[in-house]
Design a protein. Structure first.
Length: 75
């Protein structure tokens, strides 16, 4: 499980870095419109919420599988 948490942390850092790089580029005039209306922050909040939910789900599934494996070894 610690490997899962370590790799999910690395993935989250990579996503943050890619998002920061994407926000730094001003070559698209529509990107200015999204930023000026504040919609980019809504999009980022939704993406981060979905990622947090997926990580939570994966961790809970991992805990359940670990518990089932331990119960199977006892019998």
């Amino acid at each position: 499980m610690t490997k899962l948490i370590k790799y999910s942390g690395l993935l989250l850092i990579a996503v943050f870095l890619l998002a920061a790089q994407a926000m730094a580029q001003d070559s698209n005039p529509d990107a200015g419109l999204m930023r000026s209306n504040g919609k980019i922050f809504v999009v980022m909040a939704v993406v981060l919420t979905i990622l947090a939910g997926l990580f939570t789900y994966i961790i809970s599934i991992d805990k359940k599988i670990t518990r089932l494996e331990k119960e199977g070894l006892k019998k």
